[in-house]
Design a protein around this ligand. Structure first.
Ligand code: GAR
Length: 213
């Protein structure tokens, strides 16, 4: 492959992981790939603003009727049936090499995943196989970890296959749970000490391998 690998990042919310990727690109931690497209399934996702601030093409693909984005990006409204077809169209038109799910809160179908075999990675805020699978996303993961009373949690970057959070593990990093942690405090520590580090590192490693093979 010539040049840099082209990356699409799929988000649903705040997009702090997207920001970590964009910052890593700026700092040269990611040098073998570049974010070419950001897609959100939510028109209100702040990740869209982050993409725009970095000069990255951003769009909304949503099943919600009448959605308008305050971030002044194109909004593609579609039916439940066409949702993935629209995402595939956007990704394929831009010759994307790697799809990163960074807080993307939709479960993708088997057909979608097969279409992009070994091309989709996800960041999950726990040490898989703990606190993962259907129903474990965002703050719920940290609530479950605190309820169980674990003393160590962390984050995992993994390939996406047809089993939710079940694909091959790429990287993991442990984070200590501290006395008095709330789900919000723990979430922030897991992001700062694990997610924002291992996600950019994993992206660089994969892109490097893609462009040197
Ligand atoms: C992150 O903690 C990410 O690991 C998690 O949602 C948060 C998104 O934050 N993803 C999942 O739970 C997926 N199962 P962000 O929008 O600020 O990156």
């Amino acid at each position: 492959m010539e040049g840099k690998a082209r990356i699409a990042v799929l988000v649903s919310g705040g997009g702090t992981n997207l920001q970590a990727i964009l910052d890593a690109q700026k700092a040269g931690i990611i040098s073998s790939g570049e974010v070419s497209l950001v897609i959100s399934n939510k028109a209100s996702a702040y990740g869209l603003q982050r993409a725009k601030d970095s000069g990255v093409e951003a769009m909304v693909i949503t099943r919600k009727k009448g959605a308008v984005s305050e971030y002044d990006v194109p909004v593609i409204e579609c039916s439940k049936e066409n949702f993935e077809t629209e995402i595939i169209k956007a990704i394929d038109e831009r010759d994307i090499d790697l799809i990163v799910l960074a807080g993307f809160m939709c479960i993708l179908s088997e057909d979608f995943i097969k279409h992009y075999e070994d091309m989709i990675i996800n960041v999950h805020p726990s040490l898989i196989p703990s606190f993962c699978g259907e129903g474990f996303y965002g703050l719920k993961v940290h609530e479950a970890a605190l309820e169980k009373g674990v003393k160590v949690t962390g984050a995992t970057v993994h390939y996406v296959n047809e089993i939710p959070d079940g694909g091959r593990i790429i990287a993991q990093k442990a984070v200590c749970v501290e006395e008095g942690d709330t789900p919000e405090v723990l979430q922030r520590r897991v992001m700062e000490e694990a997610e924002w580090i291992i996600l950019p590192q994993s992206i660089e490693r994969i892109c490097y391998e893609r462009i040197h093979n």
